[in-house]
Write a protein that binds this ligand. Structure first.
Ligand code: ADP
Ligand code: MG
Length: 321
C-alpha cells in the first residue's frame, strides 16, 4: 500500500516555479514582492457540511482552491501560491488523482502553485483546508470598510444558480434533472474573479466575495463601512434557469443563496465608466444593482419602488448601524 510520502510525491508534488521552494522540505519558501504586502486567507471544507460525500472529486479539488482564490480576488490581491491540508478517511487513489487534477488545473490557471501542505488519516470524515498567499501594494487592498455613502453597488456574474443546485441535491426541492443540469456547474465549478479584483484596485471603494448570500455579504460591507443601502430587485443579474422559478425560491436564491463566488463591490458614481472598463479588461460581467447611503439598514425595492417584504432568512442578522 502507498505510504503518505508516496501519495504526496504522486499527487501533490509539482516542479515549483523558479524562485520558489515547493513541496519536499520542512517549509515552502516564496519571495515577497518588493514593497508589497502578503494577503493570506484560509478555508476549511468538511464533508457533509461544505460538500456532499459523493461529489465529483475533480470538482471538489477545483472548488477547494476556488473559494480561497475568491478571497484573494475580493481583496484585489494577486495569487502567489497555496498550501493544502488533507485529512483522509481512506486511501482511494483514483479519488486522489481526480481531486489533485482539479486542484492543479485551477492553480495553473491562476499562477497559484501548490507549495506545501499536510496529509493525515482521519477516523471518519474528509476534511480539506487550503491556505492561499497573494500580494497587494500597501493601501491598495479592497477592504470591506472602504465604502462611502452614495456609492454604486455592483455585482459580478449571475446570482441564484448555486443555491438552486444545492437545494435540489439536498432533496429540499423535488427532483428536476433539467433544472439541476442548468444550475449544477455554478455550485460545483465556481470561477474565482481574480482578474476582476485586480482590475478594480483604485476603482472600487470596497469589495467582498459572495459566499453566504448577497444580503448577508453586502451586510458585511455595510456594517464595516457604517452605512445602509438600497438594492433594486429588478436590476439583479439572475441566472436564466433561476429566473424561470416561482417568486419564493427565486428570491431566496438571488438574495440569500450562498456559494456564488462572484464579487460584490461599491464604487463612486463617477467611476461607472472605469468599473465597466475594468470588467471588460477582466472578461467579467458586472451589473449595477443599487446604492449605499448614510441611513442604516438594507432595503430591497421591487419594480414599483416598494420595499420587498419577506426577505430571505439572514436579513434580521444585519446590523442596522
Ligand atoms: P513535516 O513532517 O515536516 O511536516 P511532511 O512529511 O508532513 O513534513 O510533508 C512532507 C512535505 O510534503 C512537506 O514539504 C509538505 O509541505 C508536503 N506536503 C504534505 N502534504 C501535502 C499536501 N496535501 N499537499 C501539498 N504538499 C504536501
Ligand atoms: Mg507534516
Amino acid at each position: 500500500m502507498a505510504s503518505e510520502f508516496d501519495l504526496i510525491a504522486r499527487y501533490f508534488t509539482r516542479p515549483a516555479p523558479a524562485g520558489l521552494l515547493g513541496v519536499g522540505d520542512d517549509c515552502a519558501l516564496f519571495p515577497v514582492p518588493v514593497g508589497e504586502q502578503v494577503a493570506t486567507s484560509t478555508d476549511l471544507l468538511l464533508e457533509g457540511r461544505h460538500f456532499f460525500p459523493d461529489v465529483d472529486p475533480r470538482a471538489l479539488g477545483h472548488k477547494a482552491l476556488a473559494v480561497n482564490l475568491s478571497d484573494l480576488a475580493a481583496m484585489g490581491a494577486r495569487p502567489i501560491g497555496c498550501v493544502l491540508g488533507l485529512a483522509l478517511p481512506r486511501l482511494d487513489e483514483p479519488w486522489l488523482a481526480a481531486f489533485a487534477a482539479g486542484f492543479h488545473a485551477l492553480a495553473d490557471a491562476h499562477g497559484c502553485p501548490l507549495i506545501g501542505g499536510d496529509t493525515t488519516r482521519s477516523a471518519h470524515d474528509l476534511a480539506i483546508s487550503v491556505t492561499v498567499f497573494g500580494a497587494v501594494p500597501p493601501g491598495q487592498a479592497l477592504r470591506r470598510a472602504g465604502a462611502k455613502a452614495g456609492d454604486d453597488i455592483w455585482v459580478s456574474g449571475e446570482l441564484g444558480a448555486a443555491d438552486v443546485a444545492y437545494r435540489l441535491l439536498d432533496g429540499q426541492y423535488p427532483a428536476n434533472p433539467a433544472l439541476l443540469a442548468a444550475t449544477r456547474n455554478a455550485l460545483e465549478w465556481p470561477e474565482p474573479q481574480v482578474a476582476l479584483g485586480l482590475a478594480l484596485r483604485g476603482v472600487a471603494n470596497a469589495a467582498i466575495d459572495l459566499s453566504d448570500g448577497l444580503l448577508q455579504d453586502l451586510g458585511h460591507i455595510l456594517a464595516a463601512s457604517r452605512l445602509g443601502a438600497t438594492l433594486e430587485y429588478a436590476r439583479l443579474p439572475v441566472a436564466a434557469a433561476v429566473a424561470a422559478l416561482d417568486d419564493a425560491p427565486r428570491r431566496r436564491a438571488v438574495l440569500g443563496g450562498g456559494d456564488v463566488y462572484q464579487l460584490c463591490f461599491t464604487a463612486p458614481a463617477a467611476q461607472r465608466q472605469a468599473v465597466l472598463a475594468a470588467a471588460s479588461a477582466a472578461g467579467a460581467q458586472v451589473t449595477r444593482v443599487g446604492q449605499t447611503q448614510a441611513d442604516p439598514g438594507l432595503r430591497v425595492l421591487d419594480d414599483q419602488g416598494q420595499p420587498l417584504a419577506d426577505l430571505p432568512a439572514g436579513f434580521d442578522h444585519f446590523p442596522a448601524a
